[in-house]
Ligand binder design. Structure first.
Ligand code: HPA
Length: 300
C-alpha cells in the first residue's frame, strides 16, 4: 500500500473510535456525544417525546417546564437553517406525565445528511422516552379533507426520501432489517381517536407521504400520490418515524392539513398559507396533543 492508501485507511479508521474493544459507528458516536452533553445539563427522564410541527411552536405554554436546552448548546447537534427557528428541547410535565418536546426540527431539504435529520428523535429515545408523538403541517391530497383538519397518521409512504438506516447498521439501536408493518402503533392511534372524541375535535385519518421538498409538488405528482394511496403530503415525519421504530419506540403522528395539495384548488401554494392555517388551529391541536399525552402516560 502506498502512502496515499495508508493515509486514507488511517482517516477512515479515525472516524470510528474504539470503546470496549468494539468499533463505534461514527453516527452512533455523535449521538452518544450529544447524549453525554445533554446528561451534563439535566437528568430528566421523559416518558413521552413530542416533535412540534408548524402551529405547535407555542406548545410549551401547556407544559410545566422543568428545563430547556437550546440545540445550539449541544455540540454536533443539527441546528435549523430556517430564520427565526430557535430550536430547543423543552423538558417538563403535562398532566403529571414527564415528557420532552422538540421545538424546531431540521429537514432534509436544508442540506443535512439524513442521519442528522433523525438524530434529535434518536436522542429523545436514548434519554428514556418510550412513546413518540410526531406532528406536522401537511398538504391535503384526500378530496374530502379541508384546510384546518387534523389527521391521525395511520401509515406512511417514504420511498421517495433516503432511508435514515442506510449505512452500517447501529446494532446498539436496532436490527438491520426492521419490520415496518405497523410503524404507527394501532393502540396509540386509538388513543388519538379517544382524545379527539373527548375533546370534541373532529379527526380524519390517513396515509402520510413524505417528499424531500423544499419545492411544493406539481399537480401531476399529487395525482400520482393519490393513486399510490396517500391522503396527505409533507416534508418531514416519516424518516423520524422509521428511525424511532428501528430503536423500538412506539410511534404515533398527527398532521394538521394546512392547505389543499397542488392542483386541487385553483391557487398557488405558499408557505404563508401553511403557517396561517397551522396558527388558526393551534388551540385545537394543542388540546388534542395534551389529552393524548395524559393518555399515553397512563397506559401500561
Ligand atoms: N406539500 C408538501 N409539504 C407541505 C404541504 C404541501 O402541500 N403543506 C404543508 N407542508
Amino acid at each position: 500500500m502506498g502512502i496515499c492508501g495508508i493515509i486514507i485507511v488511517y482517516a477512515l479508521q479515525s472516524k470510528q473510535s474504539k470503546r470496549g474493544g468494539l468499533r463505534m459507528n461514527a453516527i452512533y458516536e455523535k449521538l452518544m456525544n450529544c447524549l453525554a452533553q445533554v446528561r451534563k445539563k439535566t437528568d430528566f427522564v421523559p416518558e413521552v417525546a413530542l416533535v412540534l410541527g408548524s402551529g405547535l411552536g407555542g406548545y410549551a405554554r401547556n407544559m410545566e417546564v422543568a428545563c430547556e436546552i437550546p440545540y445550539s448548546e449541544i455540540e454536533g447537534f443539527p441546528v435549523s437553517t430556517v430564520p427565526g427557528h430557535d430550536g430547543r428541547y423543552i423538558f417538563g410535565f403535562v398532566g403529571g406525565v414527564p415528557m420532552v418536546a422538540m421545538k424546531g426540527r431540521v429537514h432534509y431539504y436544508e442540506g443535512y445528511p439524513i442521519s442528522d435529520v433523525v438524530l434529535p428523535v434518536r436522542l429523545m429515545g436514548l434519554l428514556g422516552a418510550k412513546k413518540l408523538i410526531l406532528t406536522n403541517a401537511a398538504g391535503g391530497i384526500d378530496l374530502s379533507f379541508e384546510p384546518g383538519d387534523l389527521m391521525a397518521i395511520r401509515d406512511h409512504i417514504v420511498s421517495f426520501v433516503p432511508s435514515p438506516l442506510v449505512g452500517p447498521n447501529i446494532e446498539e439501536l436496532g436490527t438491520r432489517f426492521p419490520d415496518m408493518s405497523r410503524v404507527y402503533d394501532p393502540a396509540l392511534a386509538a388513543l388519538i381517536e379517544e382524545a379527539a372524541a373527548e375533546e370534541g375535535i373532529p379527526l380524519k385519518e390517513g396515509v402520510y407521504l413524505q417528499t424531500t421538498g423544499p419545492q411544493f409538488e406539481t399537480p401531476a405528482e399529487i395525482k400520482a400520490f393519490r393513486r399510490l394511496g396517500a391522503n396527505a403530503v409533507g416534508m418531514s415525519t416519516a424518516v423520524e418515524a422509521v428511525a424511532a421504530r428501528h430503536m423500538g419506540l412506539r410511534v404515533c403522528g398527527i398532521s394538521c392539513i394546512s392547505n389543499m395539495a397542488a392542483g386541487i384548488l385553483d391557487q398557488p401554494l405558499t408557505h404563508a398559507e401553511v403557517q396561517e392555517t397551522a396558527d388558526r388551529v393551534a388551540d385545537r391541536f394543542e388540546r388534542l396533543v395534551s389529552a393524548l399525552i395524559v393518555k399515553l402516560g397512563n397506559m401500561d
